[in-house]
Ligand binder design. Structure first.
Ligand code: HEM
Length: 480
């Protein structure tokens, strides 16, 4: 039985890595993100096949090796690959990220206007206020002498404060008080140890089976669900009290105010606001930390970026404006290059809604992905492909100059996904990261700490990429 299971791909004419007769590819699953398994598959077959097969437990997974095929799946044949995965629904999971088929389509149309540039401009002011707390904390910790800081810890707090303020309209300062109730609960969502990785992968994959067997498995602890429901309930009550004096500069307000939705219930509002908080918090803090880590290793890139920022700020003085940030091209390139090297999601997943015939050259044996097949697009492996990005381990924001990007395949960068289901919060995420980096780079210089690893250690237990132990950097004030 197992031999048959672990040869599913080979039987169907698809190349696969040699599978252990009893364990399949079990021992190649070394992180929750399956980075190692996908990389090995990509390296083994890229160039000789459009698709390769692998196994996560007994489930066959199709790994896409060709960028044209990735484009078909994400964009041109999107209607055949709408869903990301089959999620068992629990209260906090009933959101856009997990929604399926028509429900996803309706939700996406409803939520897209919330991310308009008009709304982002309103939220811009909210984040710049939080960035002032970040600057103050650095000032207190670094003083005039300079020092060594765990910048990831501080950026994690900044991102938590900013994401909570923008998603729920809740103001607190975890930079001053790391034990604030929201942060204690917020951290429980993400911070997983590197133990029990394979059990977590099993749960992700067989969630609905476990649920049908009435086994009590939960994605989020009940404490977390209760906490976030309470936050939204309190906000709803406050809104009723202040009916005529509402400022629309958080997502919860925007959700409640969106036309025809005044009757959204607590149960409907909570998962969406939670989704925006969850999607923005960890992605932004990790991206900022990875960017500073790379900038510390590359002083000339850091100085070039600082020159751009200060030059544009000077032009728009005295205040940091939304328009000024839009002008900072090199900053945008730096963020893209950071997400190339450290993509928040190591892969994009889709499920075939029907049998799908992979377009092959005439004369080749036709290849069919059966209905229900889980498809992985190995983002990290694509980002580290030396044929696409020469010397891929080197940090080089110049790779993303417009003229250079135009010479690459449109699927060569997938840091925010692509197609109708790409990241809805891309502009918002970029904005939050930019505001944080501008606040720091205008005032502080970053350099590497001797003895700290040259390659940033990454957690294996998190779905979203995050530094494993923190990011230690030397920090000094920029001379006046
Ligand atoms: C650096 C910041 C961020 C990164 C790198 C990032 C990355 C991604 C990626 C790779 C996807 C999957 C796209 C796909 O499957 O094609 C995604 C989806 C999504 N992201 Fe983000 N994200 C970021 C920030 C945000 C923010 C700030 C929000 C909300 C406020 C957000 C909300 C979402 C949602 C709701 C989805 C699911 C969209 C759908 O299924 O229609 N993200 N994100």
């Amino acid at each position: 039985y197992l031999r048959c299971k672990y040869n599913y791909w080979q039987i169907n004419g698809v190349k696969q890595l040699r599978a252990h007769f009893l364990f399949g590819h079990f021992f190649k699953m070394k992180s929750v993100r399956l980075t190692e398994l996908l990389q090995e598959t990509y390296d083994a077959f890229k160039g000789s096949a459009l698709v390769a097969g692998t196994y996560v437990y007994l489930r066959p997974i199709a790994v896409i090796l060709d960028l044209d095929l990735a484009k078909m799946i994400l964009i041109e044949d999107f209607d055949k690959f709408v869903d990301r995965r089959n999620f068992h629904k629990e209260p906090l999971m009933d959101n856009l990220f997990n929604a399926q088929c028509e429900e996803w389509c309706t939700l996406r149309k409803k939520l897209t206007p919330m991310f308009s540039s008009g709304n982002l401009k309103c939220i811009f002011g909210t984040i710049t206020e939080v960035a002032r707390n970040l600057e103050e904390s650095f000032q207190e910790l670094v003083g005039t002498q300079g020092g060594v800081l765990d910048v990831h810890d501080l950026l994690d707090r900044f991102s938590m404060d900013a994401s909570a303020t923008c998603a729920f309209g809740i103001h607190f300062n975890s930079l001053k008080d790391p034990q604030v109730e929201f942060r204690v609960n917020g951290r429980k969502i993400f911070h997983h140890s590197d133990d029990g990785i394979r059990w977590r992968i099993f749960k992700f994959l067989y969630w609905s089976v476990l649920a049908k067997l009435k086994l009590s498995v939960r994605f989020y602890d009940k404490i977390i669900a209760d906490f976030f429901t309470r936050i939204v309930r309190e906000k709803l009550e406050l809104r009723q009290e202040l009916r005529h004096n509402i400022k629309r500069n958080d997502f919860l307000e925007l959700l409640m105010a969106s036309k025809d939705d005044n009757d959204l219930t607590l149960e409907q509002l909570t998962p969406h606001a939670f989704d925006f908080f969850v999607s923005g918090y960890e992605t932004s803090s990790s991206t900022m930390s990875c960017a500073l880590f790379e900038l510390a290793k590359h002083p000339s890139v850091q100085q070039k970026l600082r020159n751009e920022i200060t030059g544009i700020l000077h032009k728009h003085a005295p205040n940091l404006t939304y328009e000024a940030v839009q002008e900072m091209r090199y900053l945008d390139q730096t963020i893209t290059e950071t997400l190339r090297k450290y993509p928040a999601l190591a892969s994009l997943t889709r499920i075939a809604a029907e049998d799908y015939t992979v377009p092959t050259a005439s004369g080749d044996i036709p290849l069919v992905l059966d209905k229900g097949t889980i498809v992985y697009i190995p983002v990290r492996a694509i980002h580290y492909d030396s044929e696409i990005y020469p010397e891929p381990t080197i940090f080089r924001p110049e790779r993303f100059e417009t003229s250079t990007c135009l010479q690459r395949h449109s699927m060569a960068f997938l840091g925010f996904g692509d197609g109708p289901r790409h990241c809805i919060g891309q502009q918002f995420g970029r904005m939050q990261i930019k505001i944080g980096l501008i606040a720091l780079l205008t005032k502080y210089q970053f350099s590497s700490v001797p003895g700290f690893p040259d390659e940033l250690p990454i957690s294996k237990g998190n779905v979203i990429l995050r530094p494993r132990q923190g990011v230690l950097l030397k920090v000094h004030r920029v001379p006046e």
